[in-house]
Design a protein around this ligand. Structure first.
Ligand SMILES: *Cc1c(COP(=O)(O)O)cnc(C)c1O
Length: 432
């Protein structure tokens, strides 16, 4: 057993001063039943805890670190920008440069507004969709997570799902009433809502590939059907690409799926590890935002120079490195296929869902995981054991069954093969 003394003590101290000892619930490791690691530093594909252990990291700060941690170009960009002042509350050239870079990579974005988190992006996009359509209802999907806005904490995924509060107290019944929840990959459940409320649905929001109930891939007829329904009923289709944006391809999930949303939300990678979110899309919708239009949304630190320089540097590397996404696919396929082979060789029940550099190993008897109910049939106790064994062998996974793992450009073949070996060993023990 590794000695986690420092982390355990640090967590005890933190719990005295911070609710649950953490500033975001999933960090607490509550759903895997152990104390969280406190991180001292990270570099490339590795994280180091305060007890001096090193781990191959597949959390990647929950998505942003696609280049690996502390990428030298990103660090340098932040340092250079910081020396010139960290915030002005006035326009800067970096913000226009960022907008141009995003528009180049994601052609459905004609105009874009920067905010400070994914949560702010989805919250603002929903308000905008309501302001644009003059309607109030929103359709979301069971198991999808769109940040912690009231409207989206109804049957939500990620921490809200893992920690047992998908419908959060504190959300008013009025708000809950405006949120309709459909089944992912269940087009009929969406059609029913449009038939019932043909002129009241302002927006439909979804993760175009989910990460927050684990990775679930949309059926082509489902995603195509949603696009057609939104067009038919005048509903704003919002792709929440906070996780998938700039990860699944230069143009995100919408590029690989070949579907054009009306609005897209971004976060995570777009900030290169600093707090950033953004939402953008059709000009006629975006033009409704203040100061041009009547829908209000603002932010003292929005478009912050440090955040813009970290994000822009990251996006430029993704855009300008030849074959970046092919390289990432190769690494991710090696890991995904390797884990599948472990399951097959040991005849261990499980499903690996993977799209590009996002993957989840579901511990399930089912043949596939294609929906929220499928995901929920996974064995979380087995996952918790697997998680702890992985930590022991120096592999840092998401502390929950219902999350995606992330590959970065810094993961070497050697590290990936070590991960596969450790997985084989852990599954062998679990097989008992
Ligand atoms: C992480 C995430 C969010 C929330 O972003 P924050 O920056 O944590 O507020 C929203 N939507 C999706 C799909 C996410 O993965």
């Amino acid at each position: 057993m590794k000695n986690y003394t420092q982390s355990i003590a640090a967590f005890q101290e933190a719990q005295k001063h911070i609710p649950g000892g953490v500033n975001s619930p999933v960090r607490s490791f509550k759903s895997v039943g152990c104390d969280p690691l406190f991180i001292a530093s990270a570099k490339g594909a590795k994280v180091f805890d305060i007890d001096g252990h090193e781990y191959i990291d597949y959390v990647g700060s929950w998505g942003p670190m696609i280049l690996g941690h502390a990428h030298p170009d990103v660090v340098m960009a932040i340092q250079k920008t910081a020396a010139k002042g960290t915030s002005f509350g006035a326009p800067t050239l970096l913000e226009t440069e960022m907008a141009l870079q995003i528009k180049k990579m994601v052609p459905s974005v004609e105009s874009i507004r920067m905010v400070n988190s994914g949560t702010e992006a989805t919250m603002s996009a929903l308000r905008l969709a309501r302001g644009f359509t003059g309607r109030e209802l929103v359709i979301k999907f069971e198991g999808c997570y769109h940040g912690h806005n009231d409207s989206f904490l109804i049957k939500a995924g990620s921490g809200a799902l893992t920690l047992g509060t998908p419908d959060s107290p504190g959300v008013t019944s009025g708000t809950a009433k405006d949120t309709l929840t459909a089944g992912y990959n269940d087009l009929d459940s969406v059609k029913e809502m449009f038939v019932k409320y043909p002129e009241q649905i302002a927006a439909l929001i979804l993760e175009p590939v989910t990460g927050n109930m684990g990775v679930v891939i949309p059926d082509p007829e489902f995603i195509q059907g949603i696009r057609e329904l939104c067009t038919q009923y005048g509903t704003v289709l919002i792709f929440d690409e906070v996780m998938t944006g700039f990860r699944l391809s230069k143009g995100g999930a919408q590029q690989i799926l070949g579907i054009t949303p009306d609005l897209s939300c971004f976060g995570k990678i777009i900030g290169g590890g600093l707090p950033v979110g953004a939402y953008g899309g059709k000009r006629e919708i975006m033009d409704k935002l203040a100061p041009k239009g009547p829908v209000y949304q603002a932010g003292t630190l929005s478009g912050n120079p440090l955040a813009m320089s970290a994000g822009l540097t990251t996006l430029k590397i993704l855009d300008e490195t030849d074959g970046f996404y092919d390289m990432l696919e190769e690494k991710s396929a090696r890991l995904g296929d390797g884990i599948k082979k472990c399951l097959a060789d040991l005849n261990f029940p499980g499903v690996v869902n993977r799209v590009g550099s996002m993957f989840t190993l579901f511990f399930t008897e089912e043949a596939k995981v294609n929906s929220y109910p499928d995901a929920c049939r996974s064995n979380t106790a087995t996952y918790a054991k697997f998680f702890k064994m992985s930590l022991e062998s120096g592999i840092y996974l998401a502390p929950s069954q219902f999350e995606a793992g992330f590959m970065s450009a810094a993961h070497t073949t050697k590290k990936i093969d070590r991960t596969i070996e450790a997985t084989y060993d852990a599954l062998t023990i679990l097989k008992g």
